[in-house]
Design a protein around this ligand. Structure first.
Ligand code: SAM
Ligand code: DTB
Ligand code: SF4
Length: 335
């Protein structure tokens, strides 16, 4: 099933036909990644475990807490997103948060055990005056002894350098879905725009957090193509969030067919095998998963989660539930 974004009226400029830095070497063909997906489940899990154990402590999981510092009213039409002005009715639109409130949230996240604090803004990209305020937030988060991450949309010349100078550790910018599916989901920008920002982030020396969403009606080949695209970046992302679609009423994706849970685990395993030294994050959709499915994702090589009872606009398991799950599984936090 293919679901289309509701509007494709905005003009699109193709930034680069073939992103230079982000897709230089083809380490994995889509066919090779699909062959991983096609393995018997136990064989795939075995391979993922081998790769995971060769590169990481298999019993340690990193925890990042998210905060939406500017919610709703976004100009973009991403077909899954609650924050697009096209689909939200206006009730959720807020201004950029004040520094003090952000610092309080970061302190609370640290007290709960988070190692990284990720701030998200519903922008196509930041205006310079807004970026200056975010930079103050990044510095304050660093001063608390937390790693910092922001996700602000597409960056203009010079903005990544300003973030790097502020000490930003990670920039999250997802390529979201297979290149051949992108235009079905998003009409207001294209994947080349995303690669352009990823190149700017990489060139500025900031670590890259880049992944995608599954469960948007894509085929298994589409999932393999997304994973291959990530794995083939000249330097693969240090952090790879794999989101399971959280269906949002009123968006074009609200009725997308949910993905088979084993297929979600296979996607995690394929990310682990193809990006052996990257952190693979079990991201959105955890609240809808039971403990056994989450445990299977950790077995498949996920070693990072979003931690705290809220993602950006939707729910996430309570920290206490995660603590209890970690206890039962013998997982220790990786700070
Ligand atoms: N505006 C910025 C951008 O697009 O990069 C930052 C915020 S945006 C909400 C961050 C990411 O969240 C998206 O790229 C997408 O991968 C993920 N996301 C958004 N809505 C989601 C949903 N309903 N289910 C799963 N993932 C979602
Ligand atoms: C990412 O890949 N997932 C996070 C984070 N990066 C910014 C966001 C998930 C959002 C889920 C829907 C919501 O809460 O609005
Ligand atoms: Fe805006 Fe980001 Fe949501 Fe797209 S995913 S509508 S760019 S907030």
């Amino acid at each position: 099933m293919t679901v289309s974004a509701s509007s494709k009226t905005s003009p699109i400029t193709l930034v680069k036909a073939c992103p230079a830095k982000t897709a230089a070497a083809q380490r994995w063909t889509t066919e090779q990644v699909q062959a991983l997906f096609d393995l018997p489940f136990s064989d795939l899990m075995f391979r993922a475990q081998q790769v995971h154990r060769a590169n990481f402590d298999a019993n340690a999981v990193q925890r990042s807490t998210l905060l939406s510092i500017k919610t709703g009213g976004c100009s973009e039409d991403c077909g899954y997103c609650s924050q697009s002005a096209r689909y939200d009715k206006g009730e959720g639109r807020e201004e950029l948060m004040e520094l003090n409130a952000v610092v309080e949230a970061a302190k609370a996240a640290k007290a709960k055990g988070a190692g990284r604090f990720c701030m998200g803004a519903a922008w196509r990209g930041p205006k310079d005056k807004d970026l200056d305020r975010v930079i103050e937030m990044v510095k304050a988060v660093k001063d608390l002894g937390l790693e910092s991450c922001v996700t602000l949309g597409m960056l203009k010349e010079g903005q990544a350098e300003k973030l790097a100078d502020a000490g930003l550790d990670y920039y999250n910018h997802n390529i979201d879905t297979a290149p051949e599916n992108y235009d079905n989901v998003i009409g207001t920008h294209n994947q080349a725009h995303r690669f352009d920002t990823l190149d700017k982030v990489r060139d500025a020396g900031i670590k890259v957090c880049c992944g995608g969403i599954v469960g948007m009606g894509e085929s298994r080949r589409g999932r393999a193509s997304l994973i291959a695209e990530l794995a083939n970046m000249e330097t693969p992302p240090e952090s790879v969030p794999i989101n399971n679609l959280v269906p949002i009423p009123g968006t074009p994706m609200e009725n997308a067919e949910p993905i088979d849970p084993f297929e979600f685990v296979r996607t995690i395993a394929a990310a682990r095998i193809t990006m052996p030294t990257s952190m693979v994050r079990l991201s959105a959709g955890r609240q809808q998963m039971d403990d056994a499915l989450q445990a299977m994702c950790f077995l498949a090589g996920a070693n990072s989660i979003f931690y705290g009872d809220k993602l950006l606009t939707t729910g996430n398991p309570e920290a206490d539930r995660d603590e209890a799950l970690f206890q039962r599984l013998g997982i220790k936090p990786l700070v």
